[in-house]
Design a protein around this ligand. Structure first.
Ligand code: NAP
Length: 255
């Protein structure tokens, strides 16, 4: 039997990148999967790429009503929840003097607020199944980064400690763990690097190589590797409150 047969997984930000790769892995392991993103076009194309096997919902988790809608849609589709992966969010850099209130809010809200209110909304259903939450943080939640990442580092730092606090508040019924990757090679990341808008590397001759060279293992993580870590955490019955560094060594070395 597949490891997640009869389990229901909700993935916010499941329409692209890491979230979509994770949806695929859970489906391969027999789970029922609900994915969430803001764009109907991305949702439709994601479900098509998953051969119609996932359910989906358009919702903006930067707002509380979007979090409620995302959880309600998954429960309507499948009637239970076993795993919630809060992966929705975005990243952009700006020099400190150019950080606007809008940039701050669109960075903080899906991550800090969205993570909290999705978990708040899902908690009663997760309690019934003794389920778990996996949050998406970043090495930027553990260290500062060069290149104008104040809003993102603040958001990711919030997710890191929120993960620990939720793990305390929701124990013993619900486990809560998080991931802290370094650069993950999604279309979004490569578009930013190639477009010269990735903070700190705007003028690098080869920004993709520069990102890889910035970590001890000299590589960009594959989305599928993060997906494997999500499945690991979903099955790790003795872990709660952990932040798993899947970062090619980014947090062990001074640059
Ligand atoms: N890629 C990396 O290097 C890296 C490293 C560490 C951590 N992370 C974190 O991992 C997550 C995914 O990154 P990624 O590279 O896979 O990003 P991505 O390819 O841009 O995908 C982001 C996903 O989140 C959804 N989303 C964004 N804002 C949302 C909102 N307010 N409400 C609902 N859905 C929303 C997007 O759908 P719509 O656009 O349709 O809304 C999309 O499905 C992000 O939280 C990011 O901060 C990424």
């Amino acid at each position: 039997m597949n490891a997640f047969q009869d389990k229901v997984v909700l993935i916010t930000g499941g329409t692209r990148g890491i979230g979509l790769a994770t949806a695929r892995r859970f489906l391969e392991e027999g789970a029922s999967v609900a994915i969430v993103g803001r764009s109907q076009a991305s949702l439709t194309s994601a479900i098509a790429s998953l051969e119609g096997k996932a359910q989906g919902c358009v919702a903006d988790v930067a707002a509380v009503e979007g979090c409620r809608a995302a959880v309600a849609a998954a429960l309507r589709s499948f009637g239970r929840l076993d795993v919630v992966f809060t992966c929705a969010g975005s990243y952009e850099a700006a020099p400190i003097g150019e950080v606007t209130e809008e940039l701050w809010d669109r960075t903080m809200d899906p991550h800090a607020k969205g993570t909290f209110f999705c978990v708040q909304e899902a908690a009663p259903a997760l309690r019934e199944t003794q389920g778990c939450v996996i949050t998406m943080a970043s090495d930027a939640g553990l260290l500062g980064l060069r290149g104008g990442w104040a809003a993102y580092c603040a958001a990711m730092g919030a997710v890191v400690n929120l993960t620990r606090q939720l793990a305390i508040d929701l124990a013993p019924e619900i486990r809560v763990n998080g991931l802290a990757p370094s650069a993950v090679g999604t279309e979004h990341l490569y578009a930013d690097l190639k477009g010269g808008v990735y903070g700190g590397l705007e003028t690098a001759a080869d920004p993709i190589q520069a990102v890889a060279d910035s970590v001890p293992l000299k590589r960009i993580i594959e989305p599928g590797e993060i997906a494997d870590a999500v499945l690991f955490l979903a099955g790790a019955k003795s872990m709660t409150g952990s932040i798993l560094s899947i970062d090619a060594g980014s947090t062990i070395a001074l640059q």
